[in-house]
Design a protein around this ligand. Structure first.
Ligand SMILES: CC(C)(COP(=O)([O-])OP(=O)([O-])OC[C@H]1O[C@@H](n2cnc3c(N)ncnc32)[C@H](O)[C@@H]1OP(=O)([O-])[O-])[C@@H](O)C(=O)NCCC(=O)NCCSC(=O)C[C@@](C)(O)CC(=O)[O-]
Ligand SMILES: NC(=O)C1=CN([C@@H]2O[C@H](COP(=O)(O)OP(=O)(O)OC[C@H]3O[C@@H](n4cnc5c(N)ncnc54)[C@H](OP(=O)(O)O)[C@@H]3O)[C@@H](O)[C@H]2O)C=CC1
Length: 408
């Protein structure tokens, strides 16, 4: 009984549940049966969704109730020289998006960075966090719990690291709010983005906390982590990789390629990215870092919901006067919480793995963690390019016409 028509019929009749079709047919037939059912019940035609280019079974760890694949156009920008702590040499950056003009813009920015001699980038902090919340009786028990944690870091490390051969517990930061105790565990997750790894490891450590303290676990994630929500804690303390990239662009390049001046871009950055963002109450002080991060995430198999954490980027642009009277542009981006991996999650899927291959960063690095560091540095340079180009377009009043020409 593996015929997709038959399976669709049985789901329709209530004999089978939509999510158990893989028990009766191979993964591709199960996906086809769901498409037939959805087509019948909604009137939609799902030919494009069903026209995917990998065995459905490969996506089994990534999606339930599969009907096909969403195909997002992918392009490539660069190459650009990245002088990083882990990334080195010239790189093309694959980006998947539906926003016309985005790749043209990042490509222009990377061309300018290349002409300026390349960008520098460094990962300055690394720690994937998970922060469970515990209930205690009151502040006295809260204080006892925090004290016990501080005195027993080694035992907690042993418990957490018993669940992983790669992850390392770096730190546990306690926060007390009345009768709630939050413990923000931070891990070096090497080349994995690390959310599954950190969650499993923290779960094990929580067993020890509960057995040795009055604290009772309420939720393994207590939102101080903070995952997939805009949060100041990530902007200040970092999450995943904290990464910074910068470049000094000679004034003549600004004029020839961005059709404006370093002074005009610096002013636009101050009034827009700093003052405008402050007035808006934004956590992000940038123009569109999320554009580049989101497109790179889609292309390389990252968890796209974590784009929100990368949106807290701070962009700086300063006009630097030279002795000869000309003015260069110093530009930087600092992404406090860029959560990336080159193993695990969506990185194994065929198109995503190929995209990582373009970067030379597929799979685990040598030493472990170096591939994810390099990916963070290259994405940061992509974000820097996007900031340069968009601020150039705003300063030269080309934004609307660029999108009229390329984005419609
Ligand atoms: C569109 C440009 C680049 C034209 O800019 P231009 O200087 O007129 O372009 P050009 O034809 O002289 O080409 C310059 C370079 O741009 C690149 N380039 C140029 N065209 C292409 C293309 N078709 N495909 C690939 N690359 C392209 C390419 O690198 C090229 O160099 P070349 O290789 O020729 O030596 C410029 O006007 C621009 O960057 N505008 C800004 C557009 C932008 O950044 N859009 C995305 C963000 S908008 C948004 O979503 C966020 C927002 C705005 O709401 C956030 C906010 O509030 O700020
Ligand atoms: N559970 C949760 O709460 C959440 C889960 N997610 C999802 O979690 C997934 C990402 O989790 P993540 O832990 O990154 O991935 P995986 O769960 O896919 O695990 C990756 C595993 O790969 C192994 N590994 C092999 N080589 C390396 C290496 N060089 N560096 C690091 N690890 C290596 C590690 O095994 P070992 O540990 O045995 O050494 C590691 O745990 C995504 O699908 C994401 O959507 C997202 C948010 C929350």
């Amino acid at each position: 009984m593996t015929d997709p028509e038959d399976l669709a019929e049985r789901v329709h009749d209530g004999d089978l549940r939509l999510h158990e079709l893989e028990e009766y047919a191979d993964h591709d037939d199960a996906a086809k049966a769901r498409r037939l059912l959805v087509e019948r019940e909604t009137g939609a035609e799902l030919d494009a969704i069903g026209d995917y280019a990998f065995p459905a079974e490969q996506a089994d760890p990534n999606v339930e109730n599969m009907i096909g694949a969403a195909q997002v156009p992918m392009g490539v920008v660069g190459p650009v020289d990245v002088d990083g702590g882990a990334a080195d040499g010239e790189h093309y950056l694959p980006l998947a998006t539906t926003e016309g003009a985005l790749l043209a813009s990042v490509n222009r920015g990377l061309g300018i960075i290349r002409a300026a001699g390349g960008a520098e980038a460094r990962v300055t902090k690394n720690g994937m966090t998970r922060a469970p919340v515990f209930r205690v009786d009151g502040v006295a028990e809260a204080a006892d719990t925090v004290e016990w944690v501080a005195d027993n870091l080694e035992a907690l490390r042993e418990a957490a690291e018993s669940t992983t051969s790669h992850g390392e517990l770096l730190d546990i930061e306690p926060y007390v709010v009345g009768d709630s105790v939050f413990l923000r565990f931070a891990y070096d997750t090497k080349d994995a983005m690390g959310m599954n790894m950190a969650t499993i490891a923290t779960g094990e450590a929580c067993v020890l906390v509960e057995s040795e303290t009055p604290a009772s676990l309420v939720a393994l994630s207590g939102n101080l982590c903070s995952d997939k929500k805009p949060a100041a804690v990530n902007a200040v303390e970092g999450r995943g990789r904290s990464v910074t990239a910068d470049v000094l662009v000679p004034g003549e390049l600004v004029e020839n390629r961005l059709h404006t001046t370093a002074d005009a871009i610096a002013e636009a950055n101050t009034r827009k990215n700093l003052i405008g963002s402050a007035k808006a109450g934004s956590l992000g002080f940038n123009a569109h870092a999320a554009n580049v991060v989101g497109a790179a995430f889609l292309a390389t198999g990252q968890d796209e919901a974590q784009v929100v954490e990368a949106a807290n980027t701070i962009t700086t642009m300063d006009a630097r006067k030279r002795a000869d009277g000309t003015t260069d542009l110093y530009a930087s981006v600092s992404l406090a919480s860029l959560e990336v991996g080159t193993v695990g999650g969506g990185t194994k899927l065929p198109t995503q793995a190929e995209a990582l291959e373009i970067l030379g960063l597929r799979g685990g690095g040598d030493p472990p963690g170096s591939n994810a560091d390099a990916l963070a540095e290259i994405i940061a340079v992509g974000a820097l390019a996007g900031e340069l180009s968009l601020l150039g377009a705003l300063s030269s009043r080309h934004l609307a016409s660029a999108h009229e020409d390329l984005g419609r």
